[in-house]
Design a protein around this ligand. Structure first.
Ligand SMILES: [Zn+2]
Length: 268
């Protein structure tokens, strides 16, 4: 693969080093009291109650328009994209709350540990050898605005998930940001229009080693169009796409919870 890869069996959360080079606005976050991005509880970027909203791991493909219908493509999520979860994810994605980088990384790492139980990975090679990867984690492509601003949230989440899988299984896991958007943005289009354009909206900067299982990671899944476009592209590049993960999934129209998800006591 031409793309630089990251062995994530160990390492620090991304962005922590970058926190040392904060802008003036970010410094203000350090000085002024901040509250939980989900519920405004003072003193913490993410309180325990809101963090617990992401503790489950459930399948969500049947909640999407394009992945539903027995396609057999497993898609997991940690939460439904409603209430406090939506506030948290939006604050994280927009860059408005740089202090969410570390706690959201831990959410992704936790999801990776849970996903390790779901993914059928090969056994690690002997210690000391340059281990062959057992999984490639690929983030959904970010748009050029986010890429210019270096707010690559899906790539950060992919590294966190890879970290969790690697530390749980002892496997070598790669995270590689190889997909790019191409053509016009599909944002704002309906599900069918996004599906029609999805196949040509994602390109890959690299092939995938034949037979290497691939997990797609995105921040939020709604119609499934982006994940479906990524799946098709990665398959055409030689990947054996095992599934997808999103931090949150939008419930189907008219519902406030995902399939099989119980209404929460707290307003997540
Ligand atoms: Zn909270």
């Amino acid at each position: 693969m031409g793309e630089a890869k990251q062995h994530v069996a160990s390492g620090e959360p991304p962005g922590l080093a970058g926190l040392a080079a904060r802008t003036g606005a970010d410094l203000a976050d350090l000085i002024l009291p901040v509250g939980c991005a989900g519920c405004a509880e003072p003193g913490v970027p993410l309180c325990r109650t809101c963090r617990d909203c992401f503790s489950a791991l459930r399948r969500c493909e049947e909640d999407t328009v394009l992945l539903a219908g027995g396609t057999g493509f497993p898609t997991w999520t940690s939460s439904s994209y409603t209430g406090a979860v939506r506030h948290i994810v939006l604050a994280w994605k927009s860059g408005a709350r740089a202090d969410l980088a570390a706690p959201v990384y831990e959410l992704g790492r936790h999801a990776g540990r849970r996903l390790a139980e779901q993914l059928e990975l090969g056994h690690p090679t002997s210690p000391g050898a340059l281990a062959e990867p057992q999984l490639l984690v690929v983030p959904a492509p970010s748009g050029w605005r986010r890429r210019l601003a270096r707010r690559l949230v899906a790539a950060d989440l992919a590294r966190a998930v890879a970290h969790g899988v690697a530390e749980t299984t002892g496997s070598t896991v790669w995270a590689a940001d190889i997909l790019r958007r191409s053509g016009v943005s599909t944002h704002g289009l309906g599900a069918s229009a996004r599906a029609r354009s999805g196949r040509r909206s994602v390109r890959s900067r690299s092939t995938v080693p034949p037979g290497l299982p691939v997990l797609i990671v995105d921040d939020v899944v709604t119609t499934g169009a982006t994940i479906e476009a990524c799946r098709r592209r990665l398959r055409s590049c030689g990947g054996q796409v095992a599934g997808a993960y999103a931090l949150a999934a939008t419930p189907p129209p008219g519902r406030t919870t995902l399939e099989g998800e119980e209404a929460r006591v707290t307003e997540c």
